[in-house]
Write a protein that binds this ligand. Structure first.
Ligand code: GLA
Length: 388
């Protein structure tokens, strides 16, 4: 991560004001894919890629946003901020400001510098980290606090209602509530959660296929539609099924013939994934890494074959990992159709694992992957929360 002091110095030079500094991480999901919007279970961890936010007050009535990564500034009148997206990076911070304003918070004139190292379009939640960093910074500036689960919900609304991407709650939740050295089992129905320690001798090896993915893309939207279609059909028999979270494989056996074949497969993934996620958390909690690895593998097969949200490159990356020393479990992580695989690897073998996987993937696909040995990190936090 960039040294926050560098961002502080850049902000000070640009806006002639000493800023408050905040960070909000990206995430990797260990298991539980496309289950969040079905009110099911997910088990992500925050990672050591993050968005940093430097924020300071202004006296000229403007809200000025600066993206260090793009070297680009946007300025608005604080009293009449935009309320529609334009397909620009500024949609993410502006969406958060719009939602906070809608919740009754007055957005004061401010300068906000954002810098991030979460790889874009790689399934590691760069957008959620921008949203949560923005919200945390603005609340820090105005001296307000919002509990982590509610903060996550507001940032999800920024993405759903302002940006226009129909994502679930997972990414914003873990960015706001993650804890170092832990995964987080989240019940997306009531947002109750349990922190599950990751053993100190296990590394999170994140392997980027370099195939870009997007939550706003057609694949994500069509999968969600299929899940909702299957749910609606099951609900005609059991009205208590409000989301696929409420359905079982027995329901699919009884009424699956009424569901179009494609949606039936999507539903089978979601229903079995919920069970796998709860079982995976129990396995991690009890140190049964063998079971955890098996569940991750089953989750990948289900994601690839029933949900059809993988791609040749991700399947190759997962396959190549299987025979490498130290692997505990591997699967495609995130919204699908590209992005990264998550590999749980014995820590002392992680460097050799990463090197071998990179070489084998390059040989197999002709693509040079980026492979990162990551740690489970803290969720959003202040780096310095008082103006000098
Ligand atoms: C994206 C979305 C999440 C979740 C995952 C799939 O990351 O933002 O809400 O649906 O895809 O598990």
């Amino acid at each position: 991560m960039k040294d926050p002091e560098i961002l502080r110095a850049q902000h000070r030079e640009r806006y002639h004001a000493d800023p408050l500094l905040f960070a909000a991480p990206g995430r990797v999901n260990l298991i539980g894919e496309h289950t969040d919007y079905a009110e099911g279970f997910v088990m992500p961890a925050a990672i050591d890629f993050a968005t940093l936010a430097a924020i300071s007050p202004r006296s000229d009535g403007q809200v000025v946003l600066y993206a260090e990564n793009f070297g680009e500034e946007r300025a608005y009148t604080a009293s009449s901020l935009p309320n529609t997206a334009t397909g620009h990076w500024s949609d993410y911070p502006l969406g958060v400001l719009a939602i906070l304003a809608g919740e009754g918070y007055t957005i004061p004139p401010l300068s906000l510098s954002l810098w991030g190292d979460v790889p874009l379009g790689s399934g590691l939640s760069s957008s959620a980290s921008v949203e949560v960093a923005t919200a945390t910074a603005v609340l820090g500036l105005i001296g307000a606090t919002i509990p982590g689960p509610r903060l996550a919900r507001l940032c999800q609304r920024a993405e759903n209602e302002f940006v226009g991407a129909n994502c679930g709650i997972m990414d914003q939740f873990i960015s706001a509530n993650g804890q170092a050295d832990h995964a987080l089992l989240l019940d997306c129905r009531d947002l109750s959660f349990q922190l599950v320690p990751i053993p100190t001798d296990v590394a999170l090896v994140i392997a980027n296929t370099m195939v870009k993915h997007s939550v706003a893309g057609a694949g994500y939207t069509s999968r969600r539609a299929s899940v909702e279609e299957a749910c609606a059909i099951l609900a005609t028999h059991r009205p208590e099924i409000k989301f696929l979270r409420d359905a079982t494989v027995a329901d699919l056996a009884a009424w699956g013939h009424e569901i179009p074949p494609e949606s039936l497969k999507r539903a089978r993934h979601v229903i079995t994934e919920n069970d796998r996620t709860v079982a995976a958390a129990a396995a991690l909690n009890s140190g049964d890494l063998k079971t955890l690895g098996r569940l991750m593998h089953e989750a990948h097969v289900s994601y690839s074959q029933d949900f059809e949200a993988s791609c040749v490159e991700a399947d190759t990356m997962v396959d190549l990992a299987q025979n490498l020393p130290g692997l505990l479990g591997a699967r495609l992580t995130g919204g699908g159709f590209g992005g990264c695989t998550i590999n749980l690897v014995e820590k002392d073998k992680a460097s050799a694992f990463a090197a071998s996987l990179g070489r084998l993937y390059q040989q197999a696909t002709g693509i040079t992957p980026e492979i990162h040995i990551c740690h489970a990190s803290d969720g959003a936090h202040a780096i310095s929360s008082r103006l000098a």
